[in-house]
Design a protein around this ligand. Structure first.
Ligand code: G3P
Length: 218
């Protein structure tokens, strides 16, 4: 399973990339706003830090302008995945960019029917938003299960399921159990994956005992 980080904070990305756990990055207009930085500049910086796919989102809603935006974003770096919304114009743009050899991440997916359309349009990634589905009283992970089941029926589909809008570690664990290809994690969730109270307690006990030996390794 690949781990992407869902942020446009360069310092966070640098730190997480050093752990060797990062396979890519996803951003969106809200995350760019949060970073307070010019989008094109920040995306270029991220692309230089992480060799894997870096999602940069288009903001036009019509196909023609969206395609122009996508082409401009794709020129920023080789590892750009252009993000387009799951709309008729978005999927048309997905098809065009894919045929030009650009990776495309189809975003704002909330149903398995939409995921089917994205795969048919040749999307590199489909991004179902599990947290927002949960927030609305439904089961986001049930959607991942359904999409994985559908995609498995058609081995010629190359689209990878990128679980997005992750809120906690159990979303990640459940996504892994379902065989989802990618999870994009907010930095706090990625860090939370390390945590276990027994690890902390066990480490403390070992270090206390080690101190009592009076020895040192170095
Ligand atoms: O980038 C898409 C996605 O991960 C958004 O997450 O937390 O805004 O629902 P969130």
């Amino acid at each position: 399973m690949k781990f992407f980080v869902d942020t446009a904070e360069v310092a966070e990305i640098k730190d997480l990339a050093a752990s060797g756990l990062l396979d890519g990055v996803t951003t969106n207009p809200s995350l760019i706003l949060k970073s307070g930085r010019p989008m094109l500049e920040v995306i270029q910086e991220i692309c230089a830090l992480v060799p894997g796919p870096v999602s940069a989102e288009t903001v036009a809603t019509d196909h023609k302008t969206m395609l122009e935006e996508g082409r401009k974003l794709a020129k920023l770096a080789k590892n750009i995945a252009v993000k387009v919304p799951l709309t008729p114009d978005g999927l048309k743009t997905c098809k065009a960019l894919t045929s030009e050899g650009t990776m495309v991440n189809v975003t704002l997916c909330f149903s398995s029917a939409q995921a089917l359309l994205a795969a048919k349009a040749g999307a590199t990634f489909i991004s179902p938003f599990v947290g927002r589905i949960d927030d609305n009283g439904h089961d986001g992970m049930a959607l991942i299960e359904e999409i994985m089941t559908i995609y498995r029926q058609y081995p010629h589909f190359k689209t990878e399921v990128l679980v997005a809008s992750i809120r906690h570690t159990q979303h990640v664990v459940r996504a892994a159990k379902l065989g989802a290809h990618v999870a994009t994690l907010p930095p706090n969730v990625l860090r939370a994956l390390f945590k276990h109270v027994l690890t902390d307690m066990g480490l403390k006990a070992f270090l206390d005992d080690w101190a009592k030996t009076g020895q040192s390794i170095l």
